[in-house]
Design a binder for this molecule. Structure first.
Ligand code: ADP
Ligand code: MG
Length: 559
């Protein structure tokens, strides 16, 4: 070894390590999934890089992950012959956390094991999970194609510092040696490790190899592949168990929790591709961060091409995770090419429909789960009508609202339900927008609706008014903001009501003129109304004027 240096972890890493070790104590075994997942990613990356330069294989193109253990030394070792890391890569990847917003995220952690383990799941623990089971971790690595002398030895006890040194390393790729804690020595066991590989990593694309345990003379020590090692999405649906779909999701999505639902499809004909799409059960901590990675894992003819291919789904479906494997794209496709490729455009249209259909199905089949989805991702889906005009009817069908019918703040009412409850003669879907639920609920605009027993949807998310600007109708029924223009209750308004309104206008003509004069340049008009039952007066926005919420957004933006 030469040039051994001691460096400190980034503050966020130190915090994460402590919290993680504590909160995942009862979930120790996931370290193996994380490390094998990384090894598999590294093999994928090498295969991709070797498309352009096959000297990177250094004469060994048989990609595999080797898992071994030493009971006496109390170690477990995970070795891959993938892309490997340079010294700079190691310092960057195993000493810092690159995700923006990490510091804020860590502040939310409370010290309560149950709560924190969920939050940490949202964050994804990755490599650092090694320290759940090990009190010392060594990493030996060499970047594919780099000279033997540029191997790197990294070592840490997970207590704030690591050392890094240059070493000779014949083998390219990465080897991780876990020196197990005394309460984790159960993992230095062939049977246990095999079980975990089957459970968590059966369907990654590469073989996980272990030495056979057989006592038979001459057989001992032979290599055997312990996982199935065929990429899950290439198998027929009928051969895949739910648990296998779930584990595969965790591998690609870096999530701990099971997904809510998934959709696996092989498309042949004009387009030729396979997709496996998932809806997560929880929003990632950086869902609203514009720079956060999103998109699908792209494969071309089963060769990994890139993570986060964002061209395959619109922004408002950025919560969806999954894989798309195309037989039409070229192996040297780049992000730039993806941006204006007609095949990609067609796949995107089809996948968008798939995700929307998957959500409709979930809403029908399991309203409770759908409600969970809505709670996590509803506000993202609300970006849909503006972004995706052609699917706005479908998206509208997926929206959920608070309403005067339930009187609750939680958003549970669908437009179909609303329509099912419409009064005879009611032609429009009525809604009210306000800064918050309570303000909307107590608005004088609702008085006449209460009197007539007409349901009004209550919209109080920041995005709502903006969204409604892109929704004019659903199921051929127009949307009507109750605080806007002349109120048309359709046939629910009786002749009697109309007469009353006209009579009132006539009777109070002088008063109306006087009020109008007094308010002169503050209002456009003053009218008599039968909108109100308890309040003496209310403000109404012109049919084509900007709403109150929208005004605030524009003001905040300095317009
Ligand atoms: P993630 O896998 O979500 O990127 P991890 O914490 O698991 O996060 O890993 C951090 C980074 O370290 C990876 O993105 C990768 O660049 C690098 N890395 C980890 N394990 C390996 C490996 N076996 N071979 C090469 N690079 C690795
Ligand atoms: Mg990882």
């Amino acid at each position: 070894e030469s040039q051994k240096e001691t460096l400190g972890f980034q503050t966020e890493v130190k915090q994460l390590l402590q919290l993680m070790i504590h909160s995942l104590y009862s979930n120790k075994e996931i370290f193996l999934r994380e490390l094998i997942s990384n090894a598999s990613d590294a093999e994928d990356k090498l295969r991709f890089a070797a498309l352009k330069d096959d000297s990177l294989y250094e004469g060994d193109s048989e990609l595999r992950i080797r898992l071994s253990y030493d009971k006496d030394a109390n170690t477990v070792t995970i070795a891959d012959n993938g892309i490997g890391m340079t010294r700079d890569d190691v310092i960057q990847n195993l000493g810092t956390i690159a995700k923006s917003g990490t510091a804020e995220f860590l502040k939310q952690l409370s010290g309560d094991e149950k709560k924190d383990s969920k939050l940490i799941g949202q964050f994804g623990v990755g490599f650092y999970s090694a320290f759940i089971v090990a009190d010392r971790v060594e990493v030996f690595t060499r970047r594919a194609g780099a000279p033997v002398a540029e191997g790197v030895h990294w070592e840490s006890k997970g207590d704030g510092e690591f050392t890094i040194a240059q070493v000779d390393r014949e083998q390219r790729g990465t080897e991780i040696v876990l020196h197990l804690k005394s309460d984790a020595n159960e993992f230095a066991d062939g049977f246990r490790l095999r079980g975990l590989v089957k459970k968590y990593s059966d369907h990654i694309s590469f073989p996980v190899v272990m030495q056979s345990e057989s006592e038979e003379e001459g057989k001992k020590g032979e290599d055997e592949t312990v996982n199935d090692a065929t990429a899950l999405w290439t198998l027929p649906r009928t051969e895949i168990k739910d648990d296998e779909y779930k584990e595969f999701y965790k591998h690609i999505a870096h999530d701990f929790e099971d997904p809510l639902t998934w959709s696996h499809n092989k498309v042949e004909g004009k387009l030729d591709y396979t997709s496996l799409l998932y809806i997560p059960a929880r929003a990632p901590f950086d869902l609203y961060n514009r720079e956060a990675p999103r998109g699908l894992k792209l494969y071309v003819q089963r060769v990994f091409i890139m993570d986060d291919a964002e061209q395959f789904l619109p922004l408002y479906l950025r919560f969806a995770k999954g894989v798309v494997d195309s037989n039409d794209l070229s192996l040297n496709v780049s992000r730039e090419i993806l941006q204006n490729d007609s095949t990609v455009e067609s796949i995107r249209t089809a996948l968008t429909k798939r995700v929307l259909d998957m959500l409709s199905k979930l809403a029908k089949k399991d309203p409770e789960q759908y409600q969970k989805f809505w709670g996590e991702f509803g506000t993202v889906l609300k970006e849909g009508p503006a972004e995706d005009f052609s699917n706005r009817e479908k998206i509208a069908g997926l929206l959920r609202f608070a309403s005067t019918h339930t009187g609750e703040e939680s958003q549970k009412v669908s437009l179909d339900e609303y329509i099912g409850r419409m009064k005879e003669g009611q032609k429009k879907i009525f809604y009210i927008t306000a800064d918050n639920f309570m303000a909307a609920k107590s608005s004088p605009h609702l008085e006449v609706f209460r009197k007539k027993g007409i349901e009004v949807l209550i919209l109080s998310d920041r995005i709502d008014e903006w969204m409604m600007g892109y929704l004019s109708e659903y199921d051929s029924k127009q949307f009507q903001d109750v605080a806007r223009g002349d109120l048309d209750l359709g046939d629910v308004e009786t002749e009697e009501d109309k007469k009353q309104k006209e009579a009132a206008a006539e009777e109070h003509k002088e008063l109306l003129e006087r009020i109008k004069k007094a308010l002169e340049d503050k209002v456009q008009d003053v009218r008599a109304t039968n909108r109100l039952t308890d309040s003496p007066a209310c403000l109404v926005v012109g049919e084509f004027d900007m709403g109150a919420q929208m005004k605030k957004i524009m003001e905040a933006a300095g317009q």
